[in-house]
Design a protein around this ligand. Structure first.
Ligand SMILES: O=C(O)CCC(=O)C(=O)O
Ligand SMILES: [Fe+2]
Length: 569
C-alpha cells in the first residue's frame, strides 16, 4: 500500500512546493504531478547499476519502461497514487552504522567473567543482493544465504559460497561482554556502574516504592489485559512534571509522575557523567540533542519474577525527539534484554531480524545510543528461571534515564501512521501546531493509516524550505535523516528555497499563542499562520477530498491513536 512518505521523502522541497502550488493544494492532483515529475529521477535510479533491485512481481517493476510506468501510475485509484516508487529506495540509505558510531568501553569489560569470546570471522565478504523493495517494506525474513547452524558469534556474516536455500533461522546471539555488545548493536554495557552501596540502597528504595507502581492496562478483544510488569514515571522538574502528567498510555491518562527519589538523583549524576563522557567520542547526529545530555525523566519497571516481561517495542519518541540516548540501569536479578534490528542495513540486509540477547546483571548500565530507538526494537522476555538476588529475590528493577527534550511532546510531534494522513492533517487541515520534526512511517501496511512500524524523522523546515538564512538563528543546518548533506550545499539550497517559499506564502501576520516551544524561522510561522487562519479555501481542498479521503483518514487517525501498540513505552 501507499507510502506517501517515500514520495514525500524522495521529492525535493522545491518540487513539493511547486506541486502544492500547481495543484492549489489538491493532494490527489499534487501527488501524480510529483510522480510524473519524479519519473526522470526514477529512470536515473533504474539505470544506476548500484541501486537496489526491485521485485519483478510488484506493480512497480523496474522492467516497465518509464512511459509504461507513468501510465500505470495514472490509472491507479487516487490513493494508490501513493505507492512506492523505485526512488523511494533512498529511504534505505544506511544510518550512522552502529559499528562506526559507537565506541567500545573497554575499561568496563574487566569485570566480566562470563564473556563469550567469539571467534572473529570478519573476513571481507561480498553481501548478497538486497531483497526486493516489497519484501523489505513488509519485513519478510530475507532469504538465508549462509550457514545458520554456525555457532560463531559472528554468524550474521554470510558466506557467499553457500547456496540460497530455505534453512532454519540463525540462532540468537547471546552476549555477555561489553566488547561483544559494542560490536553487535548501538549499545554500551557497563558493569558495576554505581558504587556498590548506592546500588543496594537504590534497589531497596525502589523495591519499596514499586509497591505503589501500576500495571499498564488496555482493552484487547473486549477483554481488559494488563502489562506483565509494573511501571512508573519520575520527572526532575516542574514543567516536565506537568508535561509528563499529560502523558497517556493507549489513550488513557497515566498517574502523574513523581520527583526522583534521593537515591535516583545520586544515580542520575553518575549516569549523566558517563553518558556525556562517552558522547565526546561519538559522532553526534544533527537531529540529536546537541551539547550535554541530561536525564530529566525516568521510566521505571518492576519485574517480580522470571515470567514477568515487556514485549518488543521501541520507546516513544514524541517526547524524546529524534535519535535519543537512554541509560537503562538494572538492579536485582540478571535478566536478558533482547533486541533485534528492524530496519535493514543496506550493506547488511540479513542482519535485520537477528535476535540478540544481552545479559544485564545487577548494577549494570546499558546505554542505548541512536539509532537504537529508530532502527531496533527491544524487549525483556519471560525466562524459565532466574538466579535469586540477595536483596530482591526474583525481582528485577529497571530505571531508564531519559532526556525529555524541550519542545517535544505527543501534541507537538505527530507520529505519522501513513504519510497521507500526516500531510492532510498537518499541512491542509489546520493542524499545524507542531514542532519542526515529523516522525513519519514508510506506510507499507495494506490499509491506509496502518503503520509499518518503520519510522524516519523528517525535518519539515528543511523539507518545505523554511529554514532561516545562515546566522539568523532558529534552525540547525539542514540534513536528511542520515545527516549526509553537507552544510554548505544545504545553505545554498536554503537560500534558494526561502525565496521560492516567499512566493508561495503571501501572508505576513504575526503568529501568537502557539503551543510549540520550537524555535521557528519567520517563514515557517508565516506558513503556519496561513493554515491557522483557516485558509483552507485558499489551499482549495476539493469537497470531494474533504468528504471522502480526509474524513476516512481522520477516522483512521483517531482509531490508530486509540489503539496504539500496547507494548510501546
Ligand atoms: O527493563 C528493561 O530493561 C527495559 C525496559 C524498557 O524497555 C522500557 O522501560 O521502555
Ligand atoms: Fe523500552
Amino acid at each position: 500500500m501507499a507510502t506517501l512518505f517515500s514520495i514525500f521523502e524522495s521529492t525535493p522541497g522545491d518540487v513539493l512546493r511547486e506541486a502544492l502550488k500547481t495543484s492549489n493544494g489538491e493532494l490527489d492532483q499534487a501527488i501524480p504531478w510529483i510522480l510524473s515529475h519524479n519519473s526522470s529521477s526514477v529512470q536515473d535510479v533504474d539505470s544506476n547499476p548500484n541501486t537496489l533491485p526491485t521485485s519483478k512481481s510488484t506493480p512497480f517493476s523496474s522492467s516497465l519502461s518509464t512511459p509504461a510506468r507513468k501510465k500505470q501510475k495514472l490509472i491507479q485509484p487516487r490513493l494508490s497514487a501513493f505507492m512506492p516508487t523505485p526512488s523511494s529506495l533512498s529511504v534505505f540509505k544506511p544510518g550512522i552504522s552502529p559499528a562506526s558510531s559507537h565506541q567500545h568501553n573497554s575499561s568496563s569489560s574487566t569485570n566480566n567473567n562470563n564473556s563469550v569470546d567469539a571467534p572473529s570471522s570478519s573476513n571481507e565478504t561480498t553481501f548478497p543482493s538486497l531483497p526486493s523493495l516489497n519484501d523489505r517494506l513488509r519485513w519478510k525474513e530475507p532469504p538465508l544465504t549462509f550457514d545458520p547452524t554456525a555457532t560463531s558469534i559472528d554468524s550474521t556474516t554470510p558466506s557467499s559460497s553457500t547456496p540460497a536455500v530455505k534453512l532454519k533461522p540463525p540462532k540468537p546471539l547471546i552476549l555477555y561482554s561489553p566488547e561483544d555488545v559494542a560490536k553487535h548493536c548501538p549499545c554500551t554495557l557497563i558493569f558495576n556502574v554505581l558504587d556498590k552501596d548506592l546500588a543496594n540502597r537504590l534497589l531497596k528504595s525502589m523495591l519499596i516504592d514499586s509497591e505503589t507502581w501500576n500495571r499498564n492496562r488496555w482493552w484487547l478483544f473486549e477483554r481488559m489485559v494488563e502489562s506483565p510488569h509494573k511501571t512508573s514515571y519520575f520527572a526532575e522538574r516542574d514543567d516536565d512534571m506537568e508535561e509528563v502528567a499529560g502523558w497517556t498510555y493507549n489513550g488513557k491518562k497515566q498517574d502523574p509522575p513523581r520527583r526522583f527519589l534521593p537515591e535516583m538523583e545520586e544515580a542520575k549524576l553518575v549516569v549523566r557523567r558517563i553518558v556525556n563522557e562517552l558522547r565526546k567520542e561519538r559522532d553526534i547526529h544533527p537531529y540529536e540533542v546537541q551539547g550535554d545530555w541530561n536525564c530529566n525523566v525516568a521510566a521505571v519497571n518492576h519485574y517480580a519474577h522470571s515470567k514477568e516481561s515487556v514485549g518488543f517495542h521501541a520507546d516513544k519518541l514524541t517526547y524524546l525527539g529524534p535519535r535519543p540516548t537512554i541509560g537503562s540501569l538494572t538492579l536485582g536479578v540478571t535478566r536478558f534484554f533482547r533486541i533485534r534490528k528492524v530496519i535493514p542495513d543496506a550493506t547488511h540486509p540479513d542482519t535485520a531480524g537477528q535476535l540478540i540477547s544481552i545479559a544485564l546483571p545487577h548494577n549494570s548500565l546499558c546505554i542505548m545510543w541512536p539509532p537504537m530507538q529508530e532502527e531496533w526494537k527491544h524487549e525483556v522476555p519471560p525466562q524459565p528461571t532466574v538466579t535469586p538476588h540477595p536483596i530482591s529475590g526474583t525481582a528485577r528493577i529497571n530505571i531508564t534515564f531519559r532526556l525529555r527534550r524541550e519542545g517535544f511532546s505527543p501534541q507537538e510531534t505527530p507520529v505519522c501512521k501513513c504519510g497521507v494522513a500526516m500531510v492532510l492533517r498537518c499541512v491542509f487541515k489546520n493542524k499545524a501546531n507542531y514542532g519542526r520534526y515529523f516522525y513519519m512511517c514508510y506506510a507499507a501496511g495494506s490499509k491506509m493509516g496502518q503503520t509499518c512500524g518503520q519510522f524516519s524523522w523528517v525535518d519539515m523546515e528543511q523539507k518545505l524550505g523554511l529554514l532561516s538564512p545562515p546566522g539568523a538563528g532558529g534552525s540547525d543546518a539542514g540534513t536528511d535523516d542520515q545527516g549526509t548533506v553537507s552544510k554548505n550545499v544545504q545553505r545554498e539550497e536554503q537560500q534558494q528555497e526561502i525565496s521560492a517559499t516567499n512566493d508561495f506564502i503571501n501572508t505576513t501576520t504575526e503568529s501568537e499563542g502557539r503551543s510549540s516551544k520550537h524555535p521557528r524561522s519567520p517563514n515557517q510561522d508565516q506558513l503556519l499562520e496561513q493554515v491557522d487562519n483557516n485558509q483552507e479555501s485558499d489551499l482549495n481542498l476539493t469537497e470531494e477530498l474533504q468528504e471522502d479521503d480526509t474524513a476516512l483518514l481522520e477516522q483512521q487517525w483517531e482509531a490508530i491513536e486509540e489503539a496504539d501498540d500496547p507494548t510501546s513505552e
